[in-house]
Design a protein around this ligand. Structure first.
Ligand code: PLP
Length: 391
C-alpha cells in the first residue's frame, strides 16, 4: 500500500528518526573498558525519568511483563498476600501472574473504565492489623481502557494506615508521558518497558527499585534466576551486565533519554495532556461518542479508548482503518473486544500527526455505518488546540 502506515496503537509507539539512527551501530564488546560509560549514562538518565534519586534502575532484555515478574519474585515469598485492583486487561494479567507464582491476591474487582478505588484500599489496609499484606499493586495507566489511577493517593492511604506494604506500580504506559514521582510517592518497584513513552522498539524491560524493595530480596523465597536483581545489581555496579545486553536498544535508550532531557519531563507531561485533551474534544464534542473512562478523574493522557455505538463491532472499524487507510488503531481487549477502539497518543507526537488518527478513525467509522458528523472530530480537536496556549 502506498504511503506510510500511521501507527496509533498505544505501544509500540513511533520511534523518532534520531533514535532509529542511534541504534544503527556496529556490534561491540560489551565487556570492553569503555562499556561502563553507556551503563552509567543509562542509569543516570533513568533516575531522572523516574524522578528517583533514591531508586535503582534496572534494564532487562525483556518486555514490561518480564519486569512485573522481576518485581514480584525479588521481593515476595510463596503464599504472601498482595492487594490489587482489577479494572482492565493489564491489571488483570499482573494479578494472573501473581497467582501463577503462588501469591495470594486480594482482588478488588472494579468497573472497567474506573481505576484504583482508594476507599477500598484504605479499608483493606486499615483492617490488616497483622500486616499480612506484603505488597500493594497499582496499574498507573490501564492501557486497555484509557484510565489513569492516583498513585500518590495510594501512598497517602498506606501512610495514613501506617502500613509497611511495598508499593508496586505498573508504569508501562505512563513513564515519560504522565507525571510519575518515584521518590516523592514512595514507590518501591516501578515497572515499565521501552516501547511506549521512551520511544524505542520493544525489547527492554525497565524497572526501578527502592532500597527497601531491594533489601527484601534477602528474605524473598519466590524462585528467580534470569530476573535475579542480586546478579544484575552486582554486575551493573561494575558498569556491566551479567549477560549479553541488547546493545542496539541500549544505544537507542541513550538517545531517547537525551531527547527527554532536552524537552524536559514537565513539558513532556504538559504536551501529552494537551494532545490527549484534543483527542477527547474530537470524541466527545465532535463525534458525540463516549470514552471507556467513566469520568474525568480517570482520563488517561496517553491513550483514549473510544466506545462504539451498540450494534457496531469496534473490530470492524479497526480492520477498515487498517485495510483501507493504512492506519493502525488499538483493539478492544478481553471483555472490551468489539466494544471500543483505542487511539494511542504517547511518545513522539504532535497535533498534526495526531490529526491523522482522528481523520482516519472518522472515515473508518463512517464506512462502518457510525453516523458521526463528517469532519466533526478534526474540527473539535483543531478548535481545542488552536485555542490553547502552547504548553
Ligand atoms: N502493563 C501495561 C499497562 C501495558 O500497557 C502493557 C503492554 O501494553 C504491559 C503491562 C505489558 O508490557 P509488555 O507488552 O511490554 O510486556
Amino acid at each position: 500500500m502506498a504511503g506510510r502506515n500511521f501507527l496509533f496503537v498505544p505501544g509500540p509507539t513511533n520511534v523518532p528518526d534520531r533514535v532509529q539512527r542511534a541504534m544503527v551501530i556496529s556490534q561491540e564488546d560489551h565487556r570492553s573498558p569503555d562499556f561502563p560509560k553507556i551503563t552509567r549514562q543509562i542509569t543516570l538518565g533513568l533516575k531522572r525519568v523516574f524522578r528517583a534519586d533514591n531508586g535503582i534502575p534496572f534494564v532487562f532484555p525483556s518486555s514490561g511483563t518480564g519486569c512485573w515478574e522481576a518485581a514480584l519474585t525479588n521481593t515476595l515469598s510463596p503464599g504472601d498476600r498482595v492487594l490489587a485492583a482489577r479494572f482492565g486487561q493489564f491489571s488483570h494479567l499482573w494479578i494472573d501472574m501473581c497467582q501463577r507464582l503462588g501469591l495470594k491476591v486480594d482482588i478488588v474487582d472494579c468497573e472497567w473504565g474506573t481505576g484504583v478505588p482508594l476507599d477500598i484500599y484504605r479499608d483493606k489496609l486499615e483492617t490488616d492489623a497483622e500486616h499480612a499484606i506484603k505488597a500493594v499493586l497499582v496499574c498507573h495507566n490501564e492501557t486497555a481502557t484509557g484510565v489513569t489511577s492516583d498513585v500518590a493517593g495510594v501512598r497517602r492511604v498506606l501512610d495514613n494506615a501506617n502500613h509497611p506494604a511495598l508499593l508496586f506500580v505498573d508504569c508501562v504506559s505512563s513513564l515519560a508521558s504522565i507525571d510519575l514521582r518515584f521518590d516523592e510517592w514512595g514507590i518501591d518497584m516501578a515497572v515499565s518497558g521501552s516501547q511506549k513513552g521512551l520511544m524505542l522498539p520493544a525489547g527492554l524491560g525497565i524497572l526501578c527499585a527502592s532500597m527497601k524493595a531491594l533489601e527484601s530480596r534477602h528474605t524473598a523465597r519466590l524462585r528467580r534466576s534470569y530476573f535475579d536483581l542480586d546478579t544484575m545489581f552486582a554486575s551493573n555496579n561494575t558498569g556491566y551486565y551479567p549477560y549479553t545486553p541488547a546493545l542496539s536498544l541500549l544505544y537507542g535508550l541513550v538517545e531517547s533519554l537525551k531527547m527527554i532531557d532536552e524537552e524536559g519531563l514537565d513539558n513532556i507531561f504538559r504536551r501529552h495532556h494537551y494532545l490527549a485533551a484534543g483527542v477527547r474534544a474530537a470524541v466527545q464534542q465532535g463525534w458525540k461518542l463516549e470514552l471507556c473512562a467513566k469520568s474525568p478523574e480517570w482520563y488517561s493522557d496517553t491513550v483514549s479508548a473510544i466506545m462504539v455505538p451498540e450494534g457496531v463491532n469496534g473490530a470492524d472499524v479497526i480492520a477498515r482503518a487498517y485495510n483501507r487507510y493504512n492506519l493502525s488503531l488499538g483493539a478492544g481487549l478481553s471483555r472490551m473486544a468489539g466494544k471500543l477502539f483505542r487511539i494511542g497518543h504517547l511518545g513522539d507526537m504532535n497535533e498534526v500527526h495526531l490529526m491523522a488518527a482522528i481523520a482516519g478513525a472518522e472515515m473508518a467509522m463512517l464506512d462502518c455505518g457510525i453516523r458521526v458528523e463528517p469532519g466533526s472530530g478534526v474540527a473539535a480537536a483543531s478548535e481545542y488546540w488552536r485555542n490553547q496556549a502552547l504548553f
